[in-house]
Design a protein around this ligand. Structure first.
Ligand code: ADP
Length: 493
């Protein structure tokens, strides 16, 4: 990883404060935690100076808490009735990125980290305001405050209201949507109380959604100078009724400031050449000889019939409706055949867990349903499968198809969100493309895509192999995306 050093030029306009509720390696519950970790690191070599502000949760591992240094503290008013709260700033540096942890035991000493909206709303009202106050306290004025998801959505609103005229108000704001499903909705009275924000903001243009209800994400989207989400297609989709989670009208209204920038993956963690979790390590030069060996090892580990000629299809996923599992369920008995094996790794909705267990019992030696969260097995499945299935109903970006390509595993995806933007469909005429795709949310189209993939695998191996190598060569790192974020920061200057 690049380190901050004398040779790294700090470009004006690229001083960025990331504000969000979680970041790997301190605390991660989803993709947000990955982005908060990887994007700041990818911005450093581009000449950016980055600070990350996040809550100082009790559940952050001891080894990081021990490295934190106290940077100062102050009291901050917050609520409508003027109650004040302690704000402590604990700091550590990791690979050139400075992390400022906002410390307050009342809010962050329990939970892992989210508990329920009733408590989370006060927690993140406090966090948003305290983050801006901390930047003023530290006398570190960023060019951009880059806020993430509903937990940081009040930052753009505070910036232009309560912080107007203070040093930090020189910053412009970006709000990135990672997951539109969670929006921070509560009663207007509750949000008014905990933010202390003026009445005029609780109108339909900003916070108000229904009679008596306020939506924190909605307010942030209204006040942010730019709004981004994690793929171009998803940026379009969320302006429609089907994908907009009730905010489509609001997002359409603000569409001039909406952009899509696709996520990358950490190519040091996901590196098949150095991955110690694989029986055989490989890159694009020896993938074609390494994959069959890895495949046999996986088949042995999971009790599948050991035979390298089988077409092995993997699925690594949270087992929820979002992931298109009802399509797999509907197509399964027609899809499975004697030349195919299916490996499922996931946990979630018991309905899907049980369905996959049923298929494992019905097709012994051909289907494995591993109903667990298992990082090491995930690496092995990515490396050993021929294809990876991602038929999502919606997918803001999606990481599994990117990891699969990096490991020379051909994705079979539905053309939605980031799946559409990252997987170019295989062209039967030219042999070009990265994977097999289908458009409408229909089981027969999923079945057709899987059958097309299997046919190319079995009957046109040279073309299949060309896709495998091409996928491994595709740039799925954060490099390109970080450049696009930098362009956006510069656009705001
Ligand atoms: P989402 O964030 O919607 O769950 P993504 O595709 O963005 O979907 O990211 C999913 C990440 O979680 C990937 O890194 C994937 O490998 C990992 N993952 C999902 N389920 C499991 C599991 N059961 N075991 C190990 N890793 C998993």
């Amino acid at each position: 990883m690049p380190e901050k050093n004398e040779l790294t030029e700090i470009k004006p306009g690229a001083r960025v404060a990331f504000i969000g509720s979680e970041s790997f390696p301190f605390i991660k519950t989803g993709g947000l935690g990955d982005v908060m970790y990887a994007l700041p690191r990818a911005l450093l070599p581009l000449g950016c100076e980055v600070r990350v502000l996040m809550p100082c949760y009790r559940c952050i591992p001891e080894k990081y808490r021990d490295q934190m240094e106290y940077r100062g503290s102050f009291m901050m008013d917050l609520t409508q009735d003027g109650r004040t709260f302690y704000v402590g700033i604990m700091e550590l540096e990791l690979d050139g990125v400075i992390y400022d942890f906002i410390d307050n035991r009342e809010f962050f000493d329990w939970g892992n980290p989210y508990t329920g909206l009733w408590e989370d709303i006060p927690k993140y009202c406090y966090f948003a305001k305290a983050s801006l106050a901390a930047l003023n306290y530290l006398n570190w004025v960023p060019d951009v405050v880059h806020c993430h998801d509903w937990q940081a959505a009040l930052v753009p609103v505070y910036l232009r209201t309560r912080f107007d005229g203070t040093p930090v108000s020189q910053a412009r704001s970006i709000l990135t949507i990672h997951n539109l499903r969670f929006q921070g909705i509560c009663s207007i009275d509750h949000l008014k109380y905990w933010t202390g924000l003026p009445d005029y903001l609780f109108d339909y243009a900003v916070f108000k959604v229904n009679d008596g209800e306020a939506n924190m994400f909605k307010g942030g989207l209204a006040y942010a100078d730019r709004v981004t989400t994690v793929s171009e297609t998803y940026a379009e989709e969320i302006q429609t009724d089907f994908y907009g989670e009730g905010l489509n009208g609001h997002l359409w209204y603000h569409r001039a400031k909406l952009r899509g920038i696709v996520n990358g993956i950490d190519i040091d963690i996901w590196n098949s050449r150095t991955d110690r979790l694989l029986p055989v390590q490989y890159d694009e030069k020896d993938v074609l000889s390494a994959k069959p060996v890895n495949k046999k090892a996986l088949q042995e580990r999971l009790g599948l019939m050991v035979d390298e000629s089988k077409f092995v299809v993997g699925l690594i996923s949270r087992l929820t409706d979002q992931k298109g599992l009802d399509l797999i369920n509907a197509a399964f008995t027609q899809m499975i055949n004697e030349n195919m094996q299916v490996v499922i790794l996931g946990t979630g909705d018991p309905r899907y867990e049980n369905a996959f267990r049923y298929y494992e019992n019905t097709y012994p030696g051909q289907v494995c349903a591993y109903i667990k969260y298992d990082e090491s097995l995930a690496h092995q499945i990515y490396a050993s499968s021929d294809a990876l299935l991602v038929p999502s109903l919606f997918e803001p970006c999606g990481l599994t198809q990117l990891i699969a390509m990096r490991y020379g595993t051909v994705p079979i995806v539905r053309e939605t969100g980031g799946l559409k933007d990252t997987v170019e469909p295989f062209n039967e005429n030219t042999g070009e493309g990265n994977g097999f795709t289908f458009d409408q949310y229909r089981a027969d189209l999923l079945l057709d895509a899987v059958q097309r993939a299997q046919r190319v695998y079995q009957e046109e191996r040279d073309r299949w192999n060309a896709v495998v190598v091409r996928d491994m060569e595709k740039d799925v790192s954060w490099g390109l995306s970080a450049k696009r974020y930098l362009e956006l920061y510069e656009e705001l200057k």
